[in-house]
Design a binder for this molecule. Structure first.
Ligand SMILES: Cc1cc2nc3c(=O)[nH]c(=O)nc-3n(C[C@H](O)[C@H](O)[C@H](O)COP(=O)(O)OP(=O)(O)OC[C@H]3O[C@@H](n4cnc5c(N)ncnc54)[C@H](O)[C@@H]3O)c2cc1C
Length: 667
């Protein structure tokens, strides 16, 4: 076991980033023209990084598996992006955003990174507004904000329920400018299958053209992985269907350490699972918790009657409802962080209070907000004698203006009108805080290989607060990586173009071809989805919202067994030299089958509860997560050694000099 060097600069917290930028090496503009950078992934992190690096003058090649960068998973982001602008005058500051994020992550993130994130958060908003991102505005024209969980201020900037889409259009437009200038060469429908190291440095990738099936070699002086998160490991999640861990896992197999794989965010407000036929879950944005109240019936017999269709939720009197978040956490109420809200929903459903047929749903109710807004509107419009019907009509309009597209989505999926009857929600896998370990410069343990956005182990510790993934991805891409990568590339100004005609590229390509061949040669007993679903069930049941040593050990054994079966018996029809979506899926699931085992091993090693990692054995008498700061105040970074059971743990000890470590409380 070794100790990792995070390369956090010395000096006072607030000055670290500025001092670092002032002292790292630069590459002059003429030399930038001779340097090539590969950016794999063109979501918000990769898109913003690629556009900025090209604007700086580097030659950039981008890769994504979709048919356009415009279709990256980032487009799904609904609720908003945080920034410490304090536009509301409600006491926000860089320090408070930093503090909330460290506390939100249950004190398992790196102080210096989080502080830098909070500092550059304000630049993100300016940058995006300049690009024309249509953030919501107040009546007077100023940018509007709303609140997200785990904080007591309003600092979330949003564009209705489509914030990711609008931000991605901004980044995509910035990329397009560079594509037109010839500074970005964009490879769409291309999947990175391996990373190539020359003299220990990342010097390129092996990619497959997903349309023709051709294997290609691409070289560069540095490789940036911005390939998103790995929540699809659970099969059912709110991620896009293609989201995967392949690029990060290939880098891991080549020497990049994988950090905190078991830190996963389970989002409390998703549309509940309806049956075994499903392949995808849908998020109902956290922004809805600004106005929606979460409840279940107080009495078990009422819950049973609702489940059996004998009672409707709107028939239940106020005093018969248990607004359990408001009851348990009066200070934060419905806006407690996601891990806390998710566990509380599970606790109520496990106790028999669930409200859908499977007993795995709670209500998110807008009736009170509709009435409150309606009254306000009636007063504003001088309708002093408005009756309840008029008030409710006005209130519904306000709610529609705020969340209309989310309500419409819910109605289309569930076939119930959420303006009339409370939404049903349940927690689902939504985000992965784990990822490639990176130092302060966002460099992995492979020199020249960088990771940005959700693909790195990030700044979120053991739980991500809402609206902070977009902030981190854009901070990495627009404002951090373009500086820090220059420090590394300044050593490469005399290197010249990297040839793809080298033994290292030969070997990596041969490995890739052999792996594809192996995937094609299974006995054909079961489809790829068969294995993916089985893996997902193990993950959800044994490594999900709560974990314990016995079940984690079972998961490790079961996943290893499933992996062996997969390689022997999987069925991949078609050929490897043409378009073959089953082959694409097979490659991704093969990596999930390794990551899943490492995930369980990481969770088993961490004998404490923190954030989204809840071990049954480590909880307070009130059922809250019980951290062990003395023994587990570290980032676990795993080194690949073959089978996941051989992976070696390295630790990055976390130092808190500017924040007091406390028991996380939202009461
Ligand atoms: C439904 C939903 C709503 C959300 N809402 C919010 C929100 O309101 N606020 C917030 O802060 N966060 C939100 N999030 C989280 C946030 O959207 C993501 O964390 C973030 O967008 C990830 O961005 P990224 O650039 O790191 O990765 P992604 O957007 O996932 O992009 C990954 C890129 O990598 C490419 N790629 C992957 N593997 C390969 C490979 N092997 N070869 C080539 N290319 C590859 C893909 O093609 C894609 O271009 C939400 C998430 C979901 C699921």
């Amino acid at each position: 076991m070794g100790i990792l060097d995070s390369k956090v600069p010395a000096g006072p917290l607030a000055d670290k980033w500025t001092n670092h930028k002032n002292h790292i090496e630069l590459v002059n503009p003429a030399n930038k023209r001779n340097i090539d950078i590969i950016v794999v992934g063109t979501g918000l992190a990769g898109g913003s990084a690629a556009a900025t690096l090209a604007e700086l003058g580097y030659n950039v090649k981008t890769f994504c598996y979709q048919d356009s960068p415009r279709r990256a998973h980032s487009i799904a982001a609904q609720g908003g992006v945080n920034a410490a602008k304090n536009y509301q005058g409600d006491g926000d500051s860089v320090y408070r955003l930093f503090y909330d994020t460290v506390k939100g992550g249950d004190y398992r993130s790196r102080e210096a990174n989080v502080y830098r994130l909070a500092q550059v958060s304000t630049n993100i908003i300016d940058q995006c507004v300049a690009q024309g991102v249509p953030f919501a505005r107040e009546y007077g024209g100023l940018l509007d904000n709303r609140s997200f969980g785990g904080v007591l201020v309003s600092r979330t900037f949003y564009a209705k329920g489509q914030t990711g889409q609008q931000l991605l259009l901004g980044a995509y437009a910035a990329m397009n400018r560079q594509i037109q200038r010839g500074k970005i060469k964009s490879y769409t429908r291309h999947e990175m299958l391996d990373m190539v190291l020359v003299d220990g440095k990342a010097r390129g990738i092996i990619a497959r053209d997903l349309v023709t099936g051709e294997i290609e070699r691409h070289s560069a002086h540095a490789v940036v992985l911005a390939t998103g998160g790995y929540g699809n490991l659970f099969f059912l999640s709110t991620y896009c269907m293609g989201a995967n861990v392949m690029a990060a896992w290939r880098a891991h197999r080549r020497g990049a350490f994988f950090a905190n794989p078991c830190f996963t965010q389970i989002h409390p407000t998703c549309i509940p699972v309806s049956g075994d036929h499903q392949s995808k879950l849908t998020l109902m944005s956290e922004s809805l918790r600004n106005d929606g109240r979460i409840w279940v019936p107080k009495r078990l017999d009422d819950a049973k009657a609702i489940r059996e269709g004998k009672l409707k939720p709107i028939q239940l009197k106020e005093e018969d409802r248990d607004y359990y978040l408001e009851r348990r956490y009066p200070a934060f109420g419905n806006l407690v962080p996601r891990d806390v809200a998710s566990r509380a929903a599970k606790e109520r459903c496990d106790a028999g209070f669930g409200v859908n047929k499977t007993g795995e749903a709670v209500y998110l109710d807008f009736a009170a907000a509709i009435y409150r807004y309606g009254k306000e509107e009636a007063l504003t419009h001088g309708m002093k004698g408005a009756d309840d019907k008029e008030i409710i009509k006005l209130g519904k309009q306000v709610i529609e203006n705020k969340y209309g597209n989310l309500f419409q989505m819910y109605e289309k999926i569930v076939d119930e009108n959420p303006y009339e009857t409370p939404m049903m929600i349940y927690p689902a896998v939504h985000y992965t805080m784990g990822g490639l370990w990176v130092d302060y410069n966002l460099q992995t343990t492979i020199p020249g290989c960088y990771a940005a956005g959700e693909a790195n182990f990030s700044d979120h510790g053991a739980n991500r607060l809402g609206a902070s993934a977009l902030m981190q991805g854009l901070a990495d891409g627009y404002f951090v990586l373009p500086y820090t990568i220059g420090d590394y590339l300044s050593q490469d100004i005399r290197t010249g173009a990297i040839s793809t005609d080298s033994p290292e590229f030969d070997a990596a390509e041969a490995d890739t071809r052999a792996r594809l061949e192996k995937l094609m040669s299974g006995k054909g007993l079961h489809s790829v989805d068969y294995y993916h679903k089985k893996l997902g069930k193990i993950m959800w049941n044994k490594c999900g919202m709560s974990r314990n040593a016995k079940e984690l050990q079972e998961a490790i054994d079961e996943i290893a067994e499933l992996r062996a079966d997969f390689w022997e018996n999987v069925r991949v029809p078609g050929t490897a030299v043409s378009k073959n979506q089953e082959l694409e899926k097979a490659g991704r699931v093969a990596d999930f089958l390794e990551l899943g085992e490492l995930f369980a091993k990481d969770a088993l090693t961490r004998n404490e509860s923190c954030g989204g990692h809840f071990r049954d054995e480590y909880q307070t008498p009130e059922g809250e997560a019980l951290r062990d700061d003395e023994n587990f105040k570290f980032v676990s970074a795993w080194e690949y050694k073959g089978e996941p059971k051989e992976a070696v743990l390295h630790k990055e000890n976390l130092v808190y000099e500017n924040i007091e470590l406390k028991t996380r409380s939202y009461k």
